[in-house]
Design a binder for this molecule. Structure first.
Ligand code: CA
Length: 431
């Protein structure tokens, strides 16, 4: 067990906190609406204004080139430097927050540079260029296959040979806390066409893990699987809001479109791969009868991450009665079949280029247990087994004024790092 780092930031020593000195996730915040967005780092219940820290000479080990990227209004340029940039800044920050370092602790400027988190608004961490959503959980793909194609093999013939994905919509990705308006869509009833257009009825969440690309790759040049993680900056939680009634009618032959494009919520703090390193594990394991990966998807050094995930729902009634959100799902990212490195290698195997700020998401994270199914479609088995909420009601799918809250955290011994939350409240459709 590696020894814990010690810090003078008291709130960062809370054993149940998300942001100890070992985490230091990067994000973008505004203090006043009139201010330009700035890059921040979370520690305990505070946000470090990175630019102010640099201006006051508090990160002397950060080179000028790296420091200039941290003066931007998003993380694109900084993440584009690759892991050497994030590693350099991380080391400098851990020194600044270290228990024996007084430069910021004893400074009269501390309150201006290390701001209470409750005084800032968090925004999108990147200007997101492209967004790709995968389908990397065997449990999720099997469950959905069993529901939609009860007579055949639930997994299609390609599924265990490549990480299936589709190109999603970047413009409708929003930060945690933004309300999500129930979309209108085209659907058919149980008797089939003709379709109707109106508020979707089967609104769902999908619990996913997203990862932001950092170092770019050139068009025409695949990223080999061994180098894939050098191009990944860090991870966020993702809710891929989904309209199941639209999806069922529209998805053949080209896949999801309007069922998915109205909103995707992400958690605002990007947890770096450096912070997640202690929680990586070899794998994931394969069953004996699974096919061998093709060489471009195969690496002995590949890893998965022991990352616990939960989804909770809070209705308007529960908020009014001050009841806590009801947990409806609890799972772990290590149950995924395809790894981050495999998704990057496959995505770029054609020569498709990656740019800093591109987002990829894993697809719904489902495990083998009923309670580890990562969306209501699976959790309630298409509405047959509704989940109970603390206000005495139950849910088959989401209702207006429901808030969906996703959380994620890694823990090992007394080290715990968290992702904060990825939350969104459903508001009524336009009439
Ligand atoms: Ca999805």
């Amino acid at each position: 067990m590696t020894e814990r780092m010690r810090t003078w930031v008291e709130s960062a020593t809370d054993p149940d906190g998300d942001f100890p000195i070992e985490n230091l996730p990067f994000g973008v915040f505004e203090r006043e609406e009139s201010d330009a967005p700035r890059i921040g780092v979370a520690i305990g219940d505070r946000v470090l204004d990175v630019r102010e820290a640099i201006v006051h000479g508090m990160l002397p080990d950060v080179s000028g080139e790296v420091g200039r990227t941290l003066e931007a209004t998003n993380l694109n340029a900084f993440a584009g430097l690759g892991r050497s940039g994030s590693g350099m800044v991380r080391t400098a920050l851990q020194r600044l927050f270290g228990v024996d370092e007084g430069m910021l602790r004893d400074s009269g400027e501390q309150d201006r540079i290390l701001i209470p988190a409750c005084e800032v608004e968090l925004g999108l961490p990147f200007s997101i260029g492209d967004y790709t959503d995968f389908y990397a959980s065997k449990h999720h793909a099997t469950n959905v296959g069993r529901m939609f194609r009860p007579d055949g093999d639930p997994l299609l013939p390609n599924w265990k040979h490549l990480p299936v994905g589709y190109h999603g919509r970047a413009s409708s990705i929003v930060e945690s806390g933004r309300p999500i308006r129930r979309p209108n869509g085209q659907t058919v009833g149980p008797d089939g066409p003709p379709p109707k257009h109106g508020p979707v009825r089967l609104l769902d969440y999908e619990l996913e893990v997203g990862f932001f690309l950092g170092r770019r790759s050139e068009l025409g040049t695949p990223i080999p699987i061994e180098q894939a993680l050098q191009h990944v900056f860090g991870l966020v939680l993702v809710n891929d809001w989904s309209a199941r009634d639209v999806q069922k009618w529209e998805y053949q032959p080209l896949g999801p479109f309007n069922a998915k494009n109205f909103a995707t919520t992400i958690s605002p703090w990007v947890v770096t791969l450096e912070a997640l390193q202690p929680f990586t594990e070899p794998g994931p394991p394969r069953d004996a009868d699974d096919p061998e990966n093709l060489p471009y998807l195969s690496s002995d050094a590949d890893v998965t991450i022991d990352l616990k995930l939960e989804v909770a729902i809070r209705s308007a009634e529960m908020r009014a009665r001050d009841l806590p959100a009801s947990r409806v799902s609890i799972g772990n990212y290590r149950d995924m079949y395809w790894t981050i490195a495999q998704m990057v290698a496959h995505h770029t195997s054609t020569g498709c280029d990656m740019r800093s700020g591109d987002l990829m998401a894993s697809g719904t994270v489902s495990g083998p247990e009923e309670e580890s199914r990562g969306c209501l479609l699976e959790r309630t088995w298409r509405g047959q087994n509704p989940v109970p909420l603390a206000d005495g009601t139950e849910r088959k799918f989401l209702q207006d004024d429901d808030e969906v809250i996703i959380r994620g955290w890694c823990s090992k011994g007394d080290l715990r790092i968290g992702f904060g939350s990825c939350a969104g409240l459903v508001t009524p459709a336009l009439g």
